[in-house]
Design a protein around this ligand. Structure first.
Ligand SMILES: [Zn+2]
Length: 153
């Protein structure tokens, strides 16, 4: 179950990275399909496997050998790990908050700004959580601070 959760989490990490890159570049999240930012070559499905593709391609585009941003790779590992561990927390909104924090952190790393609408949505998500559990709040803050300390990757 942990491995299954890790795989699902890493897929969400990949998708959240895609959302950030596409929103920042003002592109559709559907079209065009995944492509290299430099040579615009369409990336085949076997090069879209979270974590494994980055490792097998050594962080470079298969066609033009341009370095691929590590942001997506770190998001895949981070959310894979958090989602795997999440099954032991059994907190329904926890994983949504972590996904949202990952989105905001990625946006911040790529653009050096924090979208106000994102912060408002995040506050609403926290209110929905309706948790006064101190351990949960400390854990959430800790994860966010560590993520921020990693800086732009
Ligand atoms: Zn390329």
């Amino acid at each position: 179950m942990l491995i299954f959760n890790f795989i699902i989490g890493s897929c969400f990490g990949s998708f959240i990275s895609l959302l950030c890159f596409r929103f920042i570049n003002k592109e559709s999240i559907v079209f065009p399909g995944s492509h290299c930012e430099k040579c615009y070559h369409q990336i085949p499905p076997y090069d879209l496997i979270p974590i494994l593709s980055f490792i097998t391609l050594k962080g470079k585009c298969r066609y033009c050998h341009q370095k691929i941003s590590k942001v997506s790779f770190t998001n895949e590992i981070f959310l894979g790990f958090v989602t795997a561990v999440h099954s032991t927390f059994n907190h329904p909104v926890f994983i949504l908050i972590i996904f949202f924090l990952t989105f905001l952190s990625t946006w911040d790393m790529l653009k050096n700004e924090m979208p106000l609408s994102g912060l408002i949505l995040f506050a609403a998500l926290c209110l929905l959580n309706n948790s006064h559990d101190l351990k949960f709040t400390i854990l959430l803050c800790g994860i966010y601070i560590i993520w921020q300390l990693l800086g732009p990757v």
